[in-house]
Design a protein around this ligand. Structure first.
Ligand SMILES: Cc1cc2nc3c(=O)[nH]c(=O)nc-3n(C[C@H](O)[C@H](O)[C@H](O)COP(=O)(O)O)c2cc1C
Length: 341
């Protein structure tokens, strides 16, 4: 029987946002350990699936412990997306997620990603065709609209409900806003108020307090957190504690465990080169250092290490020194201002 995704959101309303190049199989495993709810792969090209390229199949890989796990697809035509959705179902994923939010020119030029939002007939055709192709649930992630003058998220949610989708996740910016300004949570609340299926709100959640405030104030069924967990990997368990028990639980910031788990999870991937593993660890370490004393000096030096062993030693030494310190609020600083959704 298909999984009841609405029930899953009730169990855990703190969902990990898909982030290309970041939320791969290894990272999702660690984030599930740290308490996030459902997870979704980064966007995968439906065309790539048709040709079964090794790289594409790698992006679609998931572990049993990640369930509920969805595979996110982007593509131009309903038929290609439906064909790809069948492959997703055969792989045993819990749900298919459609990317209607990607603002990147290479994707929208072909009519994929957020470009579909410009044409509600096309939205309906994709939903209908993909839904008919699979028995597992279908979800979609959108922006509020293409631009300020065409914010049609409510219409898209209406069509999604008519066509039997299980949820709509909304990044509270238009395609033309890119990552500038702030996510418009009042708009998301307005869409949710009229929705007949679950709505997940997304954008700029950087603290457990904000996560819970957005849930309470907007009435959304869940929130999706992306960049916030790259600054604070404990945000999911802290938010869940605040939501259920009314206060943020004190978590031990066990960076040694975190980096060990990330390392081991990445190292298990078939054919991963030591150079790639080292680079990934450097990236995570530099994000997690945000707001701690000495972070800019640490970032300058960490990328100079040439071996994995030296990188791991430097990471351990820096994070041992800061784990007991308070992380400063860096919400006003630009942080990863671009992505595929
Ligand atoms: C580096 C990066 C990659 C992203 N890749 C994807 C993606 O593959 N699919 C998608 O739907 N959204 C993608 N996004 C958008 C995020 O899922 C999310 O909507 C956005 O970052 C706003 O949420 P946040 O403020 O919590 O990060 C990406 C964002 C970033 C920063």
């Amino acid at each position: 029987m298909a999984l009841d995704l609405a029930a899953e959101l009730k169990k855990n309303p703190f969902v990990l946002a898909p982030m290309a190049g970041i939320t791969d199989c290894a990272f999702r495993t660690v984030m599930r350990d740290l308490g996030c709810g459902a997870v979704i792969t980064e966007l995968v090209s439906a065309h790539g699936i048709e040709y079964k390229s090794r790289k594409t199949l790698d992006l679609m890989r998931f572990d049993e412990g990640q369930r509920p796990v969805g595979i996110q697809l982007f593509g131009e035509t309903p038929e290609i997306l439906a064909e790809a959705a069948r492959v997703v179902e055969d792989m045993g994923a819990d749900f298919v997620d459609l990317n209607f939010g990607c603002p990147v020119p290479k994707v929208v030029k072909k009519g994929a990603g957020s470009a579909i939002l410009k044409d509600l007939k096309a939205v309906e055709a994709v939903f209908r065709t993909v839904k008919a192709a699979v028995a597992i649930p279908l979800t979609v992630k959108i922006r509020t609209g293409w631009d300020e003058s065409s914010r049609n998220a409510s219409e898209v949610v209406h069509i999604a409900a008519e066509e039997g989708l299980s949820w709509v996740a909304i990044h509270g910016r238009t395609r033309s806003a890119g990552y500038s300004g702030e996510a418009d949570w009042d708009f998301i609340a307005g869409v949710k108020a009229k929705a007949r299926i679950p709505v997940i709100g997304n954008g700029d959640i950087l603290t457990p307090e904000t996560a819970v405030r957005r849930l309470r104030e907007t009435g959304v069924d869940a929130v999706m957190i992306g960049r916030g967990c790259l600054k604070n990997p404990w945000i999911f368990s802290q938010a869940a504690g605040l939501w259920r028990q009314g206060e943020v639980p004190s978590v031990r910031k066990d960076f040694a465990w975190l980096f060990e788990r990330l390392h081991d999870s990445m190292a298990r991937q078939d054919g991963i080169e030591e150079r790639v593993l080292m680079l990934q660890l450097k990236k995570f370490a530099s994000w997690y250092s945000t707001g701690y004393p000495g972070a800019s000096q640490f970032r300058r030096t960490i990328f100079q290490h040439e071996t994995l062993a030296a990188t791991r030693t430097a990471v351990a030494s820096y994070f041992d020194g800061i784990a007991a310190l308070i992380q400063a609020d860096t919400s006003q600083e630009a942080f990863l201002m671009g992505g595929h959704g």
